[in-house]
Ligand binder design. Sequence first.
Ligand code: GSH
Length: 250
Amino acid sequence: MPATLYVVHGSHPCAAVARALDLKGLPYRTVELLPPLHAALQRARFGTRTVPSIRLETGEKISGSRAIMRRLDELAPEPPLLPGDPAEREAVLRAEEWGDQVYQPIARRLLWATLARCPEAMASYQAGSRYPRLPAPALRAAAPVVTGIERRLNDATDPAVRADLRSLHRHLDRIDGWIGDGVLGGRTINAADLQIATSSRLILTIGDVRPLYAGRPAETHARRLFPDWPGTTPPSVFPNVWLDEAQAAV
Ligand SMILES: N[C@@H](CCC(=O)N[C@@H](CS)C(=O)NCC(=O)O)C(=O)O
């Protein structure tokens, strides 16, 4: 049996790992878990509550996007996800770590805080999922429960989200800087490209936040690597004062 990748539909680190497997031409099948139930299933199967995880042909289990990427480079060195030059490799590893530890959670907080205010948009994020769409009344009933759990799991409190919006332009400066320096966006797609472009691409589905990316290299980078992404939310979901603060900080 080929490797099995455990994912949640639309999850940014899952998409990063799936693309890494595709780039390397490694065969795998995907098991899609339903959030937020996936946390309990993941804990039972892998001892961790998050996706992505992978079970290799040999039975070896690996969890976490960065750990999986490292193992994929060992299993199939070409094309490499890290540069051979030690200084360039170090720079990509640092960007990848930031993408995992800092940027990934920002995407989750912004998304779940948006969906909590705009539950009808949740259906659009199910496009392409193997699970059937919930009928509108069922979605309306389930949305507060799901968004409430996800907000708690991801610490997506109002003050945290407001602070994320205020500091987003500085994060984008950092990403644009890496693109300018060639750490991201080079000819060979690297692990940091995958880690960061997937979070940018998920954030770009959020109508209130999209304008902050407009015309920036970070936007082009994400859309070039991931032209299609499920889901969209309308503008004017967050309080105006939060959005004004985010614009004023630029
Ligand atoms: N940063 C880790 C964690 C990934 C992560 O938090 N995944 C989310 C889905 S995007 C998840 O499974 N959340 C469930 C939870 O926090 O319990 C990685 O890149 O693998």
